[in-house]
Ligand binder design. Structure first.
Ligand code: BDP
Length: 690
């Protein structure tokens, strides 16, 4: 179905003006053989079938060896292994590209035109092919052809599946797992291959296929019970240039009943993990490594044995090192047993407090995986102050593509603008201009490994993501992490064109909806960076006082006088001190703290005036009324597309948008009423507050 194909429709004829000139090129593909690996075959296969779908003609695929004429063709190959003469690519230029880079260039020789797609490696070629097909679909090929040189900004561009072996998906909003059913891996499922293809098309190169919360059965994924199936799944991903990783249980040796301890300094434990690693690599020779959530939300970890995170991570790192594997050690660590409002335990401070003192102690093949904000994927958070603060420790940033706190794929919330703000954030850690994206790219500190990862949003729903429009987040994650300098709007538009076609009204309406959706969601939910206010555990729909760890009272500190969390050094938890001095100053002071984060950093009276000129209470009322109006307007413009979108997707999206509207009204009413009753201050505009 159309939803299943996501953005890889390749529908319709390629028919723009310039095409005539290049038309002959589309009839034959000359593949200059390099090492003939699986990824090369994938690339050539994608190129041939993509062109066939787009032009209606099946191109002939030949080897350079048998080809007499390299004109009027697409020459595809790997730099170093393909002759470059006549292709307008110089070897010196090409060799400057990193492994995953590529060049797409058209050669206009009058009536002997040709097109070159040259990858620095097999993967580079595959990314080049997908890029070429994307350009054909979104822009077409003009009179001047193409001149593209691309390389990814980040070396690791990963996804994490939070899939459990019983077939459920933690924080999954799109059906059941495509990887597991009844404690078996669906190792031969064509769906996994189709998923790999979607991911490769946007440049993802690593995937961890089980939940970070590793339960009893998942602990066995690194044993012979499951490794043959894991190897099959790894084969599938390998053909698309994606490395496989597994989440492991730190208490594995205990959980499997093989040892009576998981102490990382115990030689028996170390030997046990070495043996496990050895076995994993005997099945999956290019296995990526282990992803670990330890001493976090009741998961086991080194603390039990009086050891620290470095002890724990290094023990696993040593087991993987002989095979080139890495440990992705998560920093989502805070004490969920304790009242965090005790100043020393502000949850926002926890990751930095735990990890920062350990800088320099981690092995070279450990990467700290740090969530984008200090809390937990809220609609608005400041950037985690830990990111970049450990110059001698590899970093990668973790985002959340699945919309746990942002409407659960029942609401539209296109997150690319949020991620972009995070990547553009200036940490100032090495002076002005030390942006998160430069840190993640390894340009600031010389990290051995670095990059980005994210929690995936897919399941076995036919359209992958529950809401058709939520596909844009998966697509957008890949594209932005390939090139963080792309504009969010450009990504939204190219996704829309590929997914819904090029009709001007369709493109404008959907792109517009996506672009304002994050702000809209924020406006009718938790205000000014305070976060949460969602139903505990489910995290959908409003519950102002709702917070899992609320046995000590409300989370947002609202009383009759004011609201917000005082995280200043002067009078609060002191969290602001974790930022570089200049940023700390900006957040510490009411006069400079940005409005959108005000309540994250400060506790203020309801009548406190924002930089916008409004009082906090009036801002709450206004944004909540406006938020609902915006959803109403978005629904109306979507409905105007009737007839321009296939019936199935039109009806489905309409249904979800109506639910979003009802839920937004609920948010508006619950939030406005709560704060009206708390504050006793009326809405200046006299609107009805229930
Ligand atoms: C929170 C989720 C929880 C995850 C946890 C994590 O609510 O399900 O296990 O993050 O990242 O956002 O480990």
């Amino acid at each position: 179905s159309r939803g299943y194909k996501a953005w890889l429709h390749y529908e319709g004829q390629l028919s723009n003006k310039g095409l005539a000139k290049w038309a002959d090129c589309f009839r034959s593909i000359i593949c200059i053989p390099g090492e003939r690996g699986g990824v090369l075959n994938t690339a050539i296969g994608e190129l041939a079938s993509g062109i066939e779908a787009l032009t209606g003609n099946k191109p002939e695929v030949t080897d350079a060896a048998s080809a007499v004429d390299r004109k009027r063709c697409i020459a595809a190959g790997i730099i170093g292994a393909m002759p470059l003469d006549g292709l307008a690519i110089s070897l010196a230029e090409a060799e400057q590209l990193p492994d995953e880079g590529f060049i797409i260039r058209t050669i206009d020789n009058g009536d002997l035109c040709s097109i070159a797609i040259a990858g620095r490696s097999e993967r580079g070629l595959m990314y080049g092919v997908f890029h070429f097909l994307r350009l054909l679909q979104t822009e077409g090929i003009g009179e001047n052809g193409f001149n593209v040189v691309e390389q990814p900004a980040f070396r690791l561009r990963m996804l994490n599946q939070w899939d459990n072996m019983d077939g459920s998906v933690e924080r999954g909003y799109a059906g059941r797992s495509i990887f597991y059913r009844n404690y078996e891996l669906l190792a031969r499922s064509p769906r996994i291959k189709d998923y790999a293809r979607l991911l490769a098309s946007v440049g993802i190169n690593g995937i961890a296929i089980n939940n970070v919360n590793v339960h009893r059965q998942e602990t066995k994924l690194i044993t012979e019970r499951y490794l043959p199936d894991v190897a099959r799944v790894a084969d599938t991903f390998r053909a698309y240039g994606i490395r496989l990783y597994l989440s492991v249980n730190f208490a594995g040796p205990l959980e499997l009943g093989e040892l009576d301890t998981a102490d990382p300094l115990d030689p028996r434990v170390q030997a046990w993990w070495k043996e496990r690693a050895n076995e994993v690599y005997s099945y999956v020779p290019d296995f990526g490594g282990f992803l670990v959530k330890a001493d976090s939300e009741n998961r086991p970890g080194p603390f039990t044995y009086g050891r620290d995170h470095a002890d724990g991570a290094n023990m696993l790192a040593d087991a993987l090192a002989p095979y080139g594997g890495i440990v992705l050690w998560r920093c989502f660590v805070y004490n969920c047993q304790q009242d965090w409002r005790d100043r020393s335990t502000d949850r926002a401070k926890a990751a930095y407090d735990h990890f920062r003192p350990l800088d320099g102690r981690f092995r070279d093949n450990v990467i700290l995986q740090i969530k984008n904000g200090p809390m937990d994927f809220q609609v608005r958070e400041p950037v985690s102050p830990l990111f970049g603060a450990m110059p001698n420790t590899n970093h990668m940033m973790e985002f959340q593509v699945t919309q746990e706190y942002t409407g659960q794929q029942r609401h539209v919330c296109f997150l690319v603008p949020q991620w972009k703000e995070v990547l553009d954030f200036d940490t100032r850690l090495k002076g002005e201009g030390t942006r998160v994206k430069d840190l993640a790219a390894g340009k600031v500190h010389p990290y051995t490994h670095c990059g980005v990862t994210a929690v995936s949003n897919i399941g076995d729903d036919d359209n992958w993501t529950g809401h058709h429009l939520a596909q844009s987040n998966l697509y957008g994650y890949g594209r932005l992490m390939w090139n963080p300098d792309l504009e969010a709007e450009a990504i939204a538009e190219e996704w829309t064109r590929q997914t819904f076609g090029g009709d001007a009204a369709v493109v404008e309406t959907i792109t517009g909806w996506l672009m304002e959706s994050w702000g809209t969601y924020e406006s009718y939910t938790a205000p000014l960076g305070v976060g949460w206010m969602v139903t505990p555990h489910y995290h959908y729909g409003p519950d102002v006082d709702g917070y899992e760890y609320s046995k000590w009272g409300t989370y947002h500190f609202a009383d009759w006088k004011g609201i917000g969390v005082d995280r200043t050094q002067a009078t609060g938890t002191g969290y602001t001190a974790q930022y570089e001095a200049e940023n700390a100053r900006v957040y510490e002071n009411l006069a400079t703290c940005p409005d959108e984060l005000l309540l994250f950093f400060h506790h203020v009276p309801y009548i406190h005036k924002l930089h916008s000129g409004k009082t906090v209470i009036q801002h709450i009322y206004d944004t909540h009324f406006e938020g609902v109006q915006r959803v109403e307007a978005q629904l109306a413009s979507w409905l105007s597309l009737e007839g321009k979108i296939d019936e199935e997707r039109f009806r489905h999206v309409t249904g979800r948008a109506k639910e979003q509207l009802e839920n937004a009204k609920l948010w508006r009413d619950v939030i406005n009423t709560y704060f009206y009753r708390k504050s006793g201050i009326s809405d200046e505009q006299g609107r009805t507050i229930y």
